[in-house]
Write a protein that binds this ligand. Structure first.
Ligand code: NAD
Length: 431
């Protein structure tokens, strides 16, 4: 099968590399020429463990290629998978401009019938509209069937999540499309779950929004723990023995970020509102997270009237470990506040500093180790629980910082150990 991936970002590149690994001939299209050149030279434009190896192997095998020439790639594809971004608009709705741009390019290019698979997260009803749009604009006797196949990978474990997915959701009622999708996934040995396109689109939003809700719920419980003198780590441990609850996404912290939860909660809430329904759980999830993202600064404000001239160390920038993605990361909002108040900031992150340099080329000092960032600092904020940061010994804060005051948004340390090392330590849901 000739598979073409439209949009080679976190989802597109991982999907393309994994499909090539499963013996398909894959062409990854992107409109960003720099990305294409980089990939042709064996480099991944994003940090994702294991991805570069898979790319190199399959490029060498001629199973995987990269191109900017969409016309040539789309014209005779068996399956075109749309994996472009669907970012948030100001009103919270999903911006479908990139999806429509690809739909137009497909309609202008194809010379035979094919399947178009929408992997991007799109509002309910989008697959129907895109199918209509392409078939209205395509030339000749061509029929395009659009299939919803939402993506559930997590950045940081994306390869495993794709090759070893718990299930693959496929939204189509066409027998021909079902047959093609079975062929696409035949070597994956994964449960294929077929349903209508609208249900499939909803599975994606309902799943992401549920996980975001779980995080906001436990963050609220953590905030209450601080008030009533309970310890959130003990509480979640106790809860997690109940397998109806489980332990995943039950870690209290300084809020969720990333390219999915923030926009997908807002998009579903917006969609419901447009249909006259107020999705109250998601409304609460969004507003809790907004406050939680700046909870460390709020805590620090109780001690420091102003951050002006203060030497600040920031450890961890990406929205979670094992990715270089800074989209909606709590670190960004906090850096903005600290810079506005005139703090002097040193930052460290194992993978995300190059991306941060694009936003703040001169305003911050970039350090090559967490220890360097800590030297002479008067306050430290931890936003991401990278291993390199978890490995810092409590005694090092005491030794390196001018004042050993640490605000930990990921509950990395044992409170008693920090006390024994004479560190003023603030975390989430623990006193
Ligand atoms: P991304 O921004 O990393 O990648 C999108 C890519 O599409 C970019 O490289 C961009 O240059 C390219 N592009 C835009 N228009 C194009 C066009 N007309 N032709 C060719 N390329 C084009 O996005 P992402 O994080 O991979 O997310 C893609 C979609 O998948 C989104 O809808 C997102 O919600 C969803 N999703 C993302 C994740 C994740 O962890 N990132 C997980 C599940 C689902």
């Amino acid at each position: 099968m000739k598979i073409v991936i439209a949009g080679t970002g976190y989802v597109g590149l991982v999907t393309g590399a994994c499909l090539a690994e499963k013996n398909h001939n894959v062409i990854c299209i992107d409109k960003d020429k720099n990305k294409i050149d980089k990939m042709k030279n064996g480099k991944s434009p994003i940090y994702e463990p294991g991805l570069e190896e898979l790319m190199k192997k399959n490029y060498k095998n001629k199973k995987l290629d990269y191109s900017i020439n969409y016309k040539d790639a789309y014209k005779d594809a068996d399956i075109i998978m749309i994996t472009v971004g669907t970012p948030e608009k100001i009103d919270g709705s999903a911006n479908l401009d990139f999806v429509y741009e690809v739909a137009k390019q497909i309609a202008d290019s194809v010379i035979r019938s094919c399947i178009v698979v929408i992997k991007s997260t799109v509002p309910i009803g989008t697959n129907d509209k895109i199918e209509k749009y392409i078939n209205k604009n395509v030339k000749g006797n061509i029929n395009i069937e659009v299939v919803s196949n939402p993506e559930f990978l997590s950045q940081g474990t994306a390869i495993k999540d794709t090759l070893d997915a718990p299930r693959v959701i496929i939204g189509t009622e066409s027998e021909n499309a079902k047959k093609k999708m079975k062929e696409l996934y035949k070597d994956f040995d994964l449960p294929l779950v077929f349903m209508s396109r609208r249900s499939s689109e909803m599975v994606k939003y309902a799943s992401n929004d549920f996980l975001a809700l779980k995080i906001s719920y436990i963050n609220e419980i953590a905030n209450l723990c601080e008030i009533v003198g309970a310890n959130i780590e003990e509480v979640t441990k106790g809860m997690s023995y109940d397998d109806r609850i489980g332990s995943k996404f039950l870690k209290a912290g300084c809020g969720y970020g990333g390219s999915c939860f923030p926009k997908d909660t807002k998009a579903l809430h917006y969609l419901a509102t447009q249909d006259g329904y107020n999705l109250k759980t998601i409304e609460a999830t969004i507003s809790i997270n907004k406050k939680q993202k700046i909870i460390l600064i709020e805590k620090a404000k109780k001690k420091f009237n102003s951050f002006k001239g203060l030497n600040v160390a920031i450890l961890g920038l990406s929205f979670k470990p094992n990715t270089d993605d800074l989209r909606e990361a709590p670190s960004i909002e906090n850096i903005e506040i600290l810079l506005d108040e005139g703090a002097k900031i040193k930052v460290y992150d194992p993978k995300a500093m190059d991306n941060l340099k694009k936003l703040y080329p001169k305003e911050l000092e970039y350090k090559s180790s967490p220890q360097e960032a800590l030297i002479d600092s008067e306050i430290c904020f931890i936003f991401t629980e990278w291993k390199e940061i978890r490995d810092i010994k409590p005694s090092e804060y005491k030794k390196l910082m001018k004042n050993a005051i640490v605000y930990d948004g990921r509950n990395i340390y044992d409170i008693n150990e920090m006390k024994e090392n004479k560190i003023e330590y603030y975390s989430i849901g623990r006193n």
